[in-house]
Each structure stands twice: as C-alpha cells, then as structure tokens.
Ligand binder design. Structure first.
Ligand SMILES: [Ca+2]
Ligand SMILES: [Ca+2]
Ligand SMILES: [Ca+2]
Length: 319
C-alpha cells in the first residue's frame, strides 16, 4: 500500500445565508435546550434559562421576525421525564438596557438581566411542536443600538417556568414571517450556551467566542459533560488547548493564557464526542470569562471566520 500525502487547503465557509440560524451550521449543534424549573440539573441545564442576542445591522430597513422552532415541550425532539408537564416562557426584548445593562451579559439570570422593553412574550406548554412559531414584526430600531455589537440588539430569553422535561428548540432571525430568510449582515450571540450534542460517536460541535484586545486570559466553565470525549480550544496559532472536563451534574473550570497574536480573533471551542462510548441525549452548558470575570460572547457566525492555525497541513492516506 502506497501512501500519498496531500495538502488540503482549508477554506473558510462564507455562506451567510444561514447567518441567523441559532445554532448555526458551523456549530454542528442540533438544538438548544432549556428545562422546566423543576428539572434535575444533572440532565444538563444549570439554571433553566437561556438568553440569546440578535444583531440587526443599520442597513436593515424593513421589519424583522424572531422565529422559534418547536417552542413547546412534548414533541419528538423534546426530552421527556414522566409525563410532559413543562412550560417555557419566551420573551423578546429591545430598547434601552436590553444589552447595555451589565446583568444582561452575565452567565446566570441574576439582578436586572431582564432589562429593556418587553416587545413580545408567550408561554408554551405542549403546543407548537414540530413547527416554527413567529414573534414579530419588529422594527429594527426597537432593538437597542450598540456600536460594540454592530447594530440594533434584540434579546430573547427562554425560561422553564414549570415542569421537569427538557425543551429542545432552535431560532432563526428572519425578514419573513412565514419562512427563514436571513437578515443580511446579521448575527447572534450568547454568554452562556446550553445545548444538546449529537448522539453519534466522533461528531464535533463548535462554539466561537471572540477574544477582544483587552483579554489576557480566559477561564472556561463546562457543566454536565458526562465525560463524553474531548474538549479543546483551537486558535489562530495553537492547534490544541485541552480543557478540564466535567462529569455528571458538576461544573469544571480551567484557566488559559491568551497569546498576543490571539487578541482580536475567534477561538474555536470543540466538543468531540466519545469515539467508543458516546453519551446519549447529552446536554451541556458552557461559558468563558476574561481575566476580570466578565463573560465573553459566543457568536453563531464566527467573527473573522473559523480560526485555522497557519501551519495546519493535513495528511490524508489513499489506498
Ligand atoms: Ca415531566
Ligand atoms: Ca421543544
Ligand atoms: Ca450532560
């Protein structure tokens, strides 16, 4: 057998048509997860609350919609415990304080995180499973303008207000009330991500924190990883930074220095499923803070693209 080595050019995907799918195709995360507030934390959700922010650029003049797939709990994708009895409250916020209030940028729903104007709100029990539910229309200017985040910012919270089941769902920011049609140049981010992993062995999920110029070290926290394989960070200069990993229902944290060349770049946090014994229905929570303990945003469209260490040469084996 002869080995042929070939250099594979690594191209950055530039497909912005999926820019407002949350999770995004680049993340390879099947669904977001929020449990009812009587849920068992060892099933993977540490606080029964998930907050996402959507950015609408100034160039967008027409109304936008925030769509939720499977907002109810009771469908085939949801995680049942006993009978389905979970209720989830989805709330859309805009206006002053929506993102600029410090508490809104934390990892836990504490203090005045519920800041801004409530633009729309609905509680879902077992209805609207297997379909998209649409909030809006919203005038872009009803979001809070933030230069730092690149446009008008809307906040969407999902809170489990009753029950003990896992609600799985996903989002799309759209220019249409009836279809998923991306807002050009839009983005979405969160400060704590609670999500479902794929079940299949060897699958890799990604999340993409942006490291700004003030960051000299990062601390990552992961909850309820269930020892499901490898967890590491790839940067523009480093091939792997191994992370301390959690087991069942616990937090594990580790701190990592940031190199000069890594400032103002995106990190690729990779979650590699266990190759021999992948956990089934594995939900995990994850966040990153800087050296001041401030949580850092994970963008669904990685700022500046997915990091590729310059020296990466892939060796492929051909028969
Ligand atoms: Ca239940
Ligand atoms: Ca659901
Ligand atoms: Ca888990």
């Amino acid at each position: 057998m002869k080995l042929i080595y070939s250099i594979v050019l690594l191209l950055i995907s530039g497909d912005l048509s999926f820019a407002q799918a949350v999770p995004s195709p680049e993340e390879n995360i099947p669904y977001l997860v929020t449990f009812g507030n009587a849920g068992d934390k060892s099933w993977g959700d540490d606080d029964f609350c998930q907050v996402f922010f959507f950015v609408v650029p100034k160039t967008q003049k027409t109304s936008i919609y925030l769509r939720v797939y499977d907002p109810g709990t009771g469908g085939t994708i949801d995680e049942k415990k006993g009978a389905f009895n979970t209720k989830t409250k989805f709330t859309v916020f805009g206006g002053k304080g929506c993102i600029t209030n410090k508490d809104a940028r934390g990892t836990d729903p504490k203090g005045n995180w519920y800041s801004g104007n409530i633009l729309s709100q609905k509680i879902f029990g077992n209805e609207n499973t297997g379909e998209w539910y649409t909030f809006g229309p919203f005038n872009p200017t009803s979001g809070e303008y933030s230069k730092k985040y690149g446009g008008y910012v809307f906040k969407v919270s999902a809170r489990g207000i009753a029950g003990d089941d896992g609600n799985l769902y996903k989002y799309f920011m759209s220019t249409s009330s009836t279809a998923n049609s991306a807002v050009e140049g839009g983005n979405a981010f969160t400060f704590e991500y609670t999500f479902r992993l794929n079940d299949a062995a060897g699958e890799v999920s990604h999340i993409y924190p942006y490291i700004d110029s003030n960051v000299i070290s990062v601390k990552q926290g992961n909850f309820d990883w269930d020892n499901d394989g490898e967890m590491k960070i790839i940067t523009n200069t480093r091939l792997t930074i191994p992370l301390t990993k959690s087991g069942d229902g616990d937090w594990k944290k580790s701190e990592h220095k940031v190199l000069k060349a890594e400032k103002e770049s995106t990190f690729d946090v990779q979650f590699h499923k266990n190759k021999s014994a992948p956990a089934k229905n594995n939900n995990v929570s994850f966040y990153i803070t800087n050296q001041y303990g401030e949580s850092m945003p994970f963008y669904t469209v990685p700022i500046g693209g997915v990091p590729k260490p310059k020296s990466v040469i892939r060796i492929t084996k051909k028969k």
